[in-house]
Design a protein around this ligand. Structure first.
Ligand SMILES: *Cc1c(COP(=O)(O)O)cnc(C)c1O
Length: 472
């Protein structure tokens, strides 16, 4: 490798380490606007080649100008994003450098084995049934797609229909049931699979957003064949957890396939203190989870688990083209477990994170985020006029500032503009709310206290502005 070829790598390494080192004090929101970024990064595609090092420099400049929010920093509480463990970033760098197609054992034996091991570790960590098959797709949405495809294969197979060969036209009907608070990505996966999101039978939820088992019983009694039931552990806003054990027991009496959306909530199963919250989760048939959220590995990495490897494999890869080698015993080909064909070794950072944290480290990460969320809830509750909208069961809390939606939105905008910390908004049962999601290993008590101070200031300013407005 020449020095010129090496230069962009050295520069990128320095920039990346500088970025991560400065993350704690970097402005949390994006400060550069769209126009500025388009000017910096856009224009016509160059006619001729340019030095690679200049390209990397330009990317660094875009970030320095505040082009990306420090979403993996310690005071980003929007969405459910997660940070990045240093070991996971390091492993991800190697994934890019090695550039191995992690699809087949014989293309990348070490990566295939690491992925296999990571999958087994996760099955054990979450207490799922031994023999559960695992895949690492891009995220929880694709994990839903994979799991629901396996469910479809199994349920239609039972009724004598090979859906992989004949598709859904003229196939027997499969009902799909989900709670009223199910995540929109369940609908996406259903659309991609040709079920149509409008077909979901929606089960009412209780005042905390959990699926009502008595209502589920009513819907199940109405089904003429075994349906798919989608349960959720960890509502994206409230963290609410469906009574998943009860749901499994009831649904299985009807021969249903129970799929669990545990994008971040499944990590509760890895914490001895939180495990009781998801009691019975291991009795489901499939689970979708994310590594890029609570495990703090870089994007993108989801995880899918299926208790019926045959249905899982059949739904993803039915026949091998002649140029693919046959799988030999003990060797795992990832193409059998995910929708992708060629793919990056996104499971390697997962292996690295799990190996480094150990079971105790994962439990500590999850518990710490939940404790910090309770700290948020306690301190926010002390602010005049603040209303907490949910029971803090996991790492999510929602608050509202007064009766007027506009005031809550104003507070959120002021906090976001501070650059100190970042919270997003949502609508919860028809009312505006601010979401707090604690999901980064970097977040400390000091980060919580500092952020609450910013919120206090914003609340006071919003109240002042409101008085002024009313006074005309
Ligand atoms: C984030 C999330 C998803 C979607 O996950 P992606 O990784 O973004 O595809 C699904 N369900 C819940 C509950 C989530 O929080």
């Amino acid at each position: 490798m020449t020095n010129i070829e090496r230069a962009p790598l050295d520069l990128a390494y320095r920039q990346a380490v500088d970025y991560l080192t400065g993350l704690r004090e970097r402005p949390v929101g994006a400060t550069a606007g769209l126009d500025e970024l388009i000017e910096l990064l856009g224009g016509p595609m160059p006619e001729n080649s340019l030095p690679a090092v200049d390209t990397i420099k330009l990317l660094g400049e875009a970030v320095e100008r505040g082009g990306i929010p420090a979403a993996s920093g310690p005071r980003f509480f929007g969405y459910v994003t997660g940070g990045t463990l240093p070991v996971a970033v390091a492993a991800d760098w190697l994934v890019a450098a090695w550039d191995q197609t992690a699809s087949l054992y014989n293309l990348s034996p070490a990566i295939s084995v690491a992925e296999h091991v990571a999958g087994d570790w996760l099955v054990d960590l979450f207490g799922l049934p031994p023999g559960t098959s695992v895949g690492f797709p891009t995220g929880c949405t694709m994990a839903h797609l994979t799991a629901l495809a396996a469910a479809r294969n199994h349920l239609l197979g039972q009724r004598g229909w090979d859906v992989e060969k004949h598709g859904l036209r003229e196939a027997p009907e499969i009902e799909v049931i989900a709670g009223a608070q199910h995540h929109m990505t369940i609908d996406l996966a259903l659309r991609y699979l040709g079920f149509g999101s409008g077909r979901v039978r929606v089960v009412p939820v209780d005042e905390r957003g959990r699926m009502r088992v008595d209502e589920l019983a009513r819907v199940l009694a109405d089904c003429t064949s075994p349906p798919i039931v989608c349960a959720q552990i960890g509502d994206v806003n409230s963290g609410a957890i469906d009574p998943v054990g009860e749901i499994c027991d009831l649904a299985h009496r009807y021969g249903a396939w129970v799929h669990v959306d545990g994008a971040f909530g499944l990590w509760a199963a890895a914490s001895p203190s939180l495990r009781p919250l998801v009691e019975g989760v291991e009795r489901a048939d499939s689970w979708a989870c994310d590594a890029h959220k609570w495990l703090n590995v870089p994007y993108d990495c989801g995880i899918v688990f299926v208790t019926r490897p045959d249905a899982h494999r059949a739904a993803m890869l039915n026949e091998r083209a002649g140029y693919l080698p046959a799988e030999r015993p003990g060797e795992r080909d990832a193409i059998e477990w995910v929708p992708d064909f060629s793919r990056r070794a996104r499971s390697l950072p997962v292996w690295a994170a799990l190996r480094t944290l150990g079971k105790a480290g994962v439990a500590d990460l999850v518990d710490r985020c939940c404790a910090l969320t309770r700290r948020f809830a306690e301190q926010l509750a002390e602010i005049e006029g603040v209303e907490l909208l949910n029971d803090v069961v996991l790492n999510q809390v929602m608050v509202r500032f007064g009766d007027d939606d506009a005031v809550t939105r104003d507070v959120i905008a002021r906090v976001q503009a501070s650059g100190e910390c970042w919270f997003g908004g949502t609508v919860w049962y028809g009312r505006a709310a601010m979401r707090v999601s604690v999901v980064s290993w970097r977040t400390t008590e000091d980060d919580v206290d500092r952020s609450v101070k910013v919120i206090r200031t914003a609340v006071a300013a919003a109240a002042g502005a409101e008085l002024d407005r009313r006074a005309g």
